[in-house]
Design a protein around this ligand. Structure first.
Ligand code: BTN
Length: 252
């Protein structure tokens, strides 16, 4: 086994041939075994993978990465959870942008995009202790070698790759462990300004005219930033408006 060059992320990997959801497996580990920070649960096949907004996460077995990383970000208040989201998204971005020539973008709040299509998604579930985050389960689904999708808005590394080779899943998991840990350590050592600056530089449709949907209404606006609790700031007719996730979606 080759270990990632990290202090803790990915030093312990629990592999399951199949399970319902790696987030649920990680949650069970936390409930019963006090796992070390950085432990990863990875599977070849999820039978009940979960996505954002109550969606399911579908991925063909053994072709993609579906895993959950366990962190203990007790330095973060529950109200600061978007900082963790930023660090994780950027860590994923760092690895993928080295692999691909197509520009990779972070689509607020939880998606990774390339070529206007979804490469992967993040589902973070926190366990609080008082005001702070005691445990964080970071579920990541990344389309790697799959080339046929039900949705035309999905894509994979393989489809975006400069060379049509199959990727080595464990190699990508190692690279992700390294880049995610670097960003997490950056957050933990309180380098928040540089984290946020880089996050904005990688943000999908940042400072571009774009269309959005809110409830049944379509409107045009320009993303100008993210506020301290992770709301998306959109300038609409010269007026800044702030949106919680679930309140607004992109028209792709
Ligand atoms: C989304 O795009 O809506 C988020 C998708 C998150 C999927 C991952 S796959 C590993 C982990 N286990 C789950 O059940 N979901 C996350």
């Amino acid at each position: 086994k080759i270990y990632p060059k990290t202090l803790f992320v990915g030093q312990i990997v629990k592999y399951l041939p199949s399970c319902q959801s790696t987030n649920d497996e990680a949650s069970a580990l936390i409930a019963h075994q006090d796992p070390a920070e950085g432990t990863i649960v990875v599977t070849d096949h999820q039978t009940a993978g979960r996505g954002q907004r109550g969606n399911s996460w579908e991925a063909k077995p053994a072709q993609n990465l579906t895993f959950s990383l366990i962190l203990k970000p007790n330095f973060l208040a529950a109200t600061e959870q978007f900082w963790l989201n930023m660090a994780i998204s950027l860590g994923i971005y760092d690895t993928l942008s080295l692999l691909l020539e197509t520009p990779v973008r972070i689509k607020w709040p939880n998606d990774i995009y390339a070529d206007n299509k979804k490469l992967g998604g993040i589902l973070i579930e926190n366990i609080l202790q008082g005001q702070n985050i005691a445990w964080s389960i970071i579920g990541i689904g990344l389309n790697v070698n799959q080339t046929e999708f039900t949705y035309s808005t999905a894509t994979s590394l393989q489809q975006q790759a400069p060379l049509p080779d199959n990727y080595d899943l464990s190699g990508i998991l190692r690279a992700l462990s390294e880049s995610i840990e670097q960003r997490y350590l950056q957050l933990r050592s309180n380098q928040r300004d540089s984290l946020k600056t880089t996050y904005l530089q990688t943000l999908y449709r940042y400072q571009e005219e774009a269309y959005f949907d809110r409830d049944d209404q379509r409107f045009r606006g320009v993303i100008t930033g993210i506020d301290s609790v992770g709301r998306l700031a959109i300038a609409v007719d010269g007026q800044l408006q702030y949106f919680n996730f679930k309140e607004v979606s992109f028209v792709i």
